[in-house]
Design a protein around this ligand. Structure first.
Ligand SMILES: [Zn+2]
Length: 497
């Protein structure tokens, strides 16, 4: 930078001196003459000065650079550009260096691989010009050429059912890959439990001649066999993601996403966790046979008993079903992690299952509508509080006592208009029987019907309870005629319409 400023300062100084001389001249005519003269002189003087200064600067720069580095980086001089397969590699001064360096590389590669190699690319030199700093020499030249050299080498390819999958440098590497692919599916299990691990397809390892650029690393080839692809597509779980939304976002089915991530718990994904979006399509089928010894559940049977006093849509559980337990020894076969067979060798029952017995009826149920006759909604109960005036108030229904859980029957068929919790009534059911008649069943512990449902006379609609304002398990039963409360005792067991 300093060197470039110098000629500029020179020029400015020159101009100032000229201006000073000009100012000192008194006469107008002399001034003109002088002016012409000066113009000429100024130009000439200026040009000579600039040339001289430039040359001095250039020489100075050259000398300085040369003294520091021994290089000429000011002037481009004769050089050769090395081109390989149409691509410019680097520049050299001495064209013969290309051949000698290539020979050295070939010799070194052969020494390393203990094999005959042939460098396969075409290297050529093209005349060019370059400054010293653009020239590649010695070790740099060796390394640059070596990284651009393509050579055929002997390698070992893995063939699956006759199809060439890829090649690696050493036979031991190829064999290791095959073992690693097997181990990929077997390593999750206790080695002592494994009976056999084999690849179904025919695997061959052949010596082949391949170009260096086609060689794969052992890891690449192993992953390729397991994944069926070299593509990698990952997704990092973000806040609010679920398996379902991630699958949908990437046009995958839920099953595909699950099978692409066998070691991830799909219910418990963590923010920041990496998921694989590629469904593996393994090129080899690895069969793992292993011996398992475990406890298993034994299913229970269900038996039906038929009785004439029940309708065929009614059922009660006479005996609960229970699973049994057995201890089994089996040989399980998995193909690429998916169980395809299980042979039980030995089964020992630890606990027998208990059969479920269900009692149901043989009668067709009556029509689900009012008959005009009310039956007792809680047969076998006793009346604990009658309809009418009671301790300064008025009792709107009749209280009937039975233990908690006793079935409450619809006094007549009809449509359920309410089934739910209703303040002091607790859990209650209302049924509309038609002809202006409705009934209410209150304080239940369980409801078996829902609003809008049609029921037949005698259908079990709820269970006796003690909900709402109640002083013990009972059914509070009400009858209304066109909305007006009436005494239930006058209607039970009568033709009301
Ligand atoms: Zn009551």
């Amino acid at each position: 930078m300093k060197k470039l400023i110098n000629p500029l300062i020179e020029k400015l100084n020159l101009k100032r001196i000229n201006d000073e001389i000009f100012k000192q001249l008194p006469e107008e005519k002399d001034r003109k003459v002088f002016n012409i003269d000066m113009k000429y002189k100024k130009h000439l003087h200026g040009a000579v000065s600039i040339l001289g200064v430039t040359a001095a600067v250039l020489f100075g720069s050259f000398a300085l650079e040369y003294s520091q580095t021994g290089q000429n980086n000011l002037f481009s001089t004769k050089s050769f550009t090395i081109v390989a397969d149409g691509k410019e590699i680097c520049k050299i001064r001495d064209a013969s260096k290309l051949q000698s360096t290539l020979q050295q590389i070939e010799a070194d590669l052969e020494e390393g691989a203990k094999l005959d190699l042939v460098i396969e690319n075409d290297f050529e030199t093209i005349k060019s010009k370059a400054k010293d700093r653009e020239i590649t020499e010695n070790d740099d030249l060796y390394n640059v050429l070596k990284s651009n050299v393509n050579y055929a080498t002997l390698a070992y390819s893995i063939k699956i059912n006759g199809t060439d999958i890829g090649a690696v440098e050493a036979e031991t590497e190829a064999k290791k890959i095959v073992e690693n692919v097997k181990a990929h599916y077997a390593s999750n299990y206790d080695p002592k439990s494994i009976v056999e691990v084999k690849i179904i397809e025919n695997i061959e390892i052949d010596q082949v001649k391949v170009n260096k650029s086609e060689l794969k690393t052992a890891e690449e080839l192993e992953n390729y066999i397991i994944e069926g692809t070299n593509e990698k597509q990952k997704y990092t779980v973000a806040e609010g993601d679920t398996y379902w939304t991630i699958a949908e976002k990437h046009n995958m089915s839920l099953d595909e996403l699950i099978s692409a991530n066998p070691s991830v718990d799909s219910e418990m994904i963590q923010i920041g966790e990496e998921l694989n979006l590629m469904v593996p399509k393994p090129l080899a089928s690895v069969e793992v046979k292993r011996k398992i010894s475990q406890e298993e559940q034994i299913e229970f049977e269900t038996k039906y008993e038929y009785v004439s006093y029940m309708f065929n849509d009614e059922k009660t559980v006479k005996q609960e079903g229970n699973y049994g337990t057995s201890k089994i020894d089996a040989i399980v076969t998995e193909k690429n992690g998916i169980q395809i067979a299980k042979v039980v060798l030995n089964e020992q029952v630890i606990e027998s299952p208990q059969t479920e017995i269900i009692v149901t009826g043989t009668q067709d149920p009556p029509p689900k509508k009012g008959t005009g006759y009310f039956i007792n909604p809680l047969p076998g109960s006793s009346i604990s509080s009658r309809f009418g005036s009671r301790s300064g108030g008025f009792h709107l229904g009749q209280d009937m006592t039975s233990p908690i859980g006793t079935p409450i029957k619809a006094a007549d068929g009809g449509t359920v208009t309410f089934a739910g919790y209703s303040g002091s009534y607790g859990y209650a059911v209302d049924i509309d029987h038609g002809g202006g008649y409705t009934t209410r069943y209150a304080h239940a512990s369980k409801l078996y019907v829902t609003s809008g449902e049609k029921v037949y006379q005698g259908e079990i609609i709820a269970a006796v309870g003690n909900t709402g304002v109640s002083t013990g398990p009972h059914l509070h039963f009400e009858v209304r005629r066109y909305g007006e409360i009436v005494n239930p005792a006058n209607y039970i067991g009568t033709q009301y319409r």
